[in-house]
Design a protein around this ligand. Structure first.
Ligand code: B16
Ligand code: MG
Length: 214
């Protein structure tokens, strides 16, 4: 029986990927690297430093650790500026209704995002109070596909992992949820997220009645 639902943020609740993209693209251009939409797909669900390494590898660049830290910080400053324009209207359709329906059924709701900026994003979206717990990138040492982020969320909710369902749009996130011993709803394409227990095109397509069939 499912007693908790844990949501990823980017790609599940809102498209922050767009803001990451324009900030990374700006940084990449300083190195003569063109970041395309296709390449940007590789950055979804991946940590900030890993994202930078992927971008540098596109230009066959290897930089010292200290410089990479500075660059990641620079990108983050831009990202933080950009997200200040985020509005509640950007929440994907049906997400608020889904969260509220889950809560009506006494299912706890958590957020587990690799983003260190997740608290600010959900505050800007006006949904911070809808979550019983939040785990962000500042609280974990191992990124998805490691299950750490979801296990910590379940622990904070006081629910056993096998009673949790995770909503994820990234392949690494689906792997992390399954490795945590949880059920997983993939948000996106079945070709990419086929390992999940169920795949929906959009988060809002999931109905609480689907929980029984996971
Ligand atoms: P930050 P999620 C992830 O969010 C993004 O998908 C990924 O592109 C980003 O690099 C990562 O957060 C870290 O974000 O630089 O803000 O700490 O999908 O786990 O909600
Ligand atoms: Mg995501």
């Amino acid at each position: 029986m499912i007693k908790a639902a844990i949501f990823d943020l980017d790609g599940v609740i809102i498209d922050t990927a767009h803001y990451h993209y324009i900030a990374w693209k700006r940084l990449a251009s300083e190195f003569g690297i063109t970041l395309t939409h296709e390449n940007n797909e590789m950055l979804k669900g991946v940590s900030r430093m890993r994202s930078l390494e992927i971008i540098l590898s596109l230009g066959n660049l290897e930089l010292p650790e200290q410089q990479k830290e500075q660059l990641a910080e620079k990108k983050n400053k831009w990202f933080v500026e950009y997200i200040e324009s985020i509005r509640p209207e950007e929440i994907f359709p049906g997400v608020i209704e889904l969260i509220r329906n889950l809560k009506k059924q006494n299912i706890k709701v958590g957020l587990a995002s690799s983003s260190k900026n997740a608290p600010r994003v959900i505050e800007l979206l006006g949904i911070a109070k809808d979550f019983d717990t939040l785990v962000d990138g500042t609280m974990i040492t191992h990124s998805k596909p490691d299950p750490e982020i979801f296990l910590l969320a379940a622990h904070k909710l006081g629910i056993a992992p096998n009673e949790c369902v995770v909503f994820e749009d990234a392949e690494a996130g689906v792997e992390a949820a399954l490795a945590a011993g949880m059920k997983c709803v993939g948000v996106g394409f079945v070709e990419q997220l086929g390992n999940a227990n169920k795949v929906v095109a959009r988060t809002g397509d999931f109905k609480t009645s689907d929980l029984e069939r996971l």
